[in-house]
Design a protein around this ligand. Structure first.
Ligand code: 5GP
Length: 225
């Protein structure tokens, strides 16, 4: 009956620091690692203890990052809390073409830039259940200095006001519930009518006629056709 666009979906996920967005994304990848791909960003921020170079980020110096900007290496990039972060262009187009969903875990300015470039992307915002929980999660990381935690909190607090620019918002209170909600959003996205490429008759007219009219059990005296 319908032929739908088989392209992958570009899924942009943003959340203020301390919202557990990393855990939500890990859950999504675990649920369907074959059809989902998380883009690895490049950053000039210092490596943290729990970082795995090449997996969490590709780490470069500020100068190397600026060189890459000149070379047009990034789909988008930003300066966040004093460090560069950018999404490399490579692989994204080919993954989407192959029907694989591409996840970008980026902050708000980057998401705004992607919206200008690719308005049909899916924009999801993850919220903390409360500011108290957000502060606690920031502190629990134990990797940032007191000043950095405060700076991240202020940035995060401002970012929450940007939620209305997104298509969907998910509160991450209970992790499994948050993952389920994002799964439901991605599923719904695949059913959007703008993904329909073609509507066609999958049954011959004579067969439909036969089904409707020539079926003696179906047509009785009371029905006039
Ligand atoms: P963190 O230093 O905690 O790993 O990341 C800080 C912020 O940078 C997070 O909000 C994260 O989503 C964002 N970020 C990570 N990679 C990119 C990127 O490639 N582009 C943009 N615009 N933001 C990014």
């Amino acid at each position: 009956m319908i032929k739908q666009n088989s392209r992958g979906t570009l899924i942009v996920i943003s959340a203020p620091s301390g919202c557990g967005k990393g855990s939500v994304i890990n859950g999504l990848l675990k649920n369907d690692s074959k059809n989902r791909w998380l883009s690895v960003s490049t950053t000039s921020r210092p490596i943290r203890d729990n970082d795995i170079p090449g997996k969490t980020y590709n780490f470069v110096t500020k100068e190397e990052f600026e060189q890459k900007i000149e070379e047009g290496y990034f789909l988008e990039y930003t300066n966040y809390v004093g460090n560069y972060y950018g999404t490399p262009k490579e692989f994204i187009g080919e993954k989407l073409k192959a029907g694989i969903d591409v996840i970008l875990e980026i902050e708000i300015e980057g998401a705004n830039n992607i919206k200008k470039l690719i308005p049909e992307a899916l924009f999801i915002f993850i919220m903390p259940p409360s500011l108290k929980v957000m502060v606690q999660r920031l502190k629990n990381r134990g990797t940032d200095s007191k000043e950095k935690i405060l700076e991240r909190f202020h940035t995060a607090y401002k970012e929450i006001n940007e939620v209305t620019k997104y298509n969907y918002v998910v509160v991450n209170d209970v992790l499994e519930d948050a993952i389920d909600k994002v799964e439901a959003i991605i599923k719904s996205e695949k059913c959007r009518v703008d993904r329909i490429e073609e509507v066609f008759l999958d049954t011959k007219e004579e067969e439909i006629h036969e089904l409707l009219i020539d079926d003696k059990d179906f047509v009785n005296e009371d029905i006039k056709i």
